[in-house]
Design a protein around this ligand. Sequence first.
Ligand SMILES: [Zn+2]
Ligand SMILES: [Zn+2]
Ligand SMILES: [Zn+2]
Length: 163
Amino acid sequence: MEIHSSNKHTCGECGLQLNSRVTLNRHMLVHSDVMSHKCDYCGREFKRAKTLKAHLILHSGLKPYSCDFCDRTFANGANCRTHKKKSHPEELAAQEASGEKQFTKNIPKLAVLKTVTRSAENLVPVVSKQSGNFSSGEKPKPRLKAELQPQPQAQQQQNSVFH
Ligand SMILES: [Zn+2]
Ligand SMILES: [Zn+2]
Ligand SMILES: [Zn+2]
């Protein structure tokens, strides 16, 4: 029995084996508390450039994520996706079927965002709200006639199934 683990790089934290030192180092960020990406504006630190980027977008007030189907724009890619799912389910399905992905085309580079947040004076302080309940602000569509003449056996199957 010979187990050559010498060319494997094992994570001391979780035991995951990685093929190279580089990938191991990258993986170790998951466990480390090193926040290597810092917001110059409010000083908050992040482990990942991606997270910092989303954070800087919030500061900048930019809404680089635009709906492909209407004029709405979003600061947050997830919100944009949620909007599309809700408001344009058919168009979104068609777009996904065509393999088009338009999410990232308008997103400024991190370096650009950094200069924006350094120079801009009317930046938005980011309130710490981790998982926003934005979607709960959804208003039920007013039902026109149904509300005027309430019926005892109103068929309320309007609630479409969300998943
Ligand atoms: Zn690990
Ligand atoms: Zn910040
Ligand atoms: Zn839209």
